[in-house]
Design a protein around this ligand. Structure first.
Ligand code: F6P
Length: 324
């Protein structure tokens, strides 16, 4: 087994609260094993251009509470091309880096699966607010994003109640409905529209609102995951079919920012330390994951087929029963 002497760490894809805790834990854990850490800037782009900074304990002190990522991030189109992956691999070999820890979502994992073919040892840590990495129950940033969305929707509801309106709130999540489900259930929305459940049945939404109107309610809340249906069009349909004034709020990037929740700091720390430990134990090309709330790791090439992340239908059914 080769002894780890120097590793690199990077963050890639959409930034997510908790990434900084993971970076910090990587540096602290590596220090305890006598491993040097190099920070790669701007994700896979920094690997290609060799944009780096040394990461010692001083560089990562007091960052658990910071949103974003101190290493910056990108969505690298160049890394999709073999010649740039080769350039990145050459940079790592030239600089005697024994392994890379890549913190990011689904795109980062797909990049890592291709990159290992360049005889690079790469370990992934799932970090994305979307919670859309198939092999893990949890991804860093989701908890903070769901709380931010909940807080924002609470505020929108205050205005909606004051004016007697319907608010349609669009939240992020790419192709998954976790933020919508959690923030929608937490705010007792009248309708929650998720990619996993939506069959284009606008009538069920407008009927639910009409029924509540008939019961004497005069403000309504619809939470919709991005990409499922056009939020302004949905608001128009509600207005046309119910006569109730409807407004759209798209929450956008506030969901990615802000100081991480305790859960994201904790899981970031656990995953960062775990990644270094498995590398130090000689493992190669793994992804850190959570299953049954316990840390585990999988072969990155097999990870996309492992389904530990199915949306809980019971939670969805319950959200319908418990809406205000
Ligand atoms: O993956 C995180 C995420 O915020 C998604 O929820 C959203 O669809 C996407 O990133 C937005 O990406 P970009 O930052 O490239 O606009």
């Amino acid at each position: 087994m080769d002894i780890m002497k120097k590793i690199a760490v990077l963050t890639s894809g959409g930034d997510a609260p908790g990434m900084n805790s993971a970076i910090r834990a990587v540096v602290y854990s590596a220090y305890q094993f006598g491993i040097e850490v190099v920070g790669i800037l701007r994700g896979y782009e920094g690997l290609i251009d060799w944009e780096t900074k040394p990461l010692g304990l001083d560089e990562v002190r007091n960052i658990n509470n910071q949103g974003g990522t101190i290493l910056y991030t990108s969505r690298s189109d160049r890394f999709l091309q073999p010649e740039y992956r080769k350039q990145a691999a050459d940079n790592l070999k030239k600089n005697e880096i024994d392994a890379v820890i890549a913190i990011g979502g689904d795109g980062t994992l797909r990049g890592a699966i291709e990159f290992q073919k360049e005889e690079i040892n790469i370990v992934c840590i799932p970090g994305t607010i979307d919670r859309d990495v198939a092999c893990t129950e949890y991804t860093l940033g989701f908890d903070t994003a769901a709380n931010t969305a909940t807080d924002a929707i609470d505020k929108i509801r205050d205005s909606s109640v004051s004016h007697g309106r319907c608010s349609v709130v669009e939240v992020m999540g790419r192709k998954r409905g976790y933020i919508a489900l959690w923030a929608g259930m937490a705010t007792a929305a009248d309708a929650i529209i998720l990619p996993e459940k939506w069959e284009g049945d606008y009538d069920s939404v407008t009927e639910a609102i009409k029924k509540r109107h008939a019961d004497g309610r005069d403000s309504y809340l619809v939470v919709v995951a991005e990409g499922v249906t056009d939020a302004p069009e949905l608001a128009d349909r509600i207005r046309e079919r119910t006569g109730i004034e409807s407004r759209v709020s798209v929450l956008g990037y506030i969901q990615r920012g802000g100081s991480p929740s305790a859960k994201d700091r904790m899981y970031g720390s656990l995953m960062g330390a775990y990644a270094v430990e498995i590398l130090n134990n000689g493992k190669q090309n793994r992804i850190v994951a959570i299953k049954n709330d316990i840390l585990i790791d999988y072969d990155i090439a097999k990870a996309p087929e492992i389904k530990n992340n199915q949306l809980d239908s019971f939670q969805y059914e319950l959200s319908l029963k418990l809406s205000d």
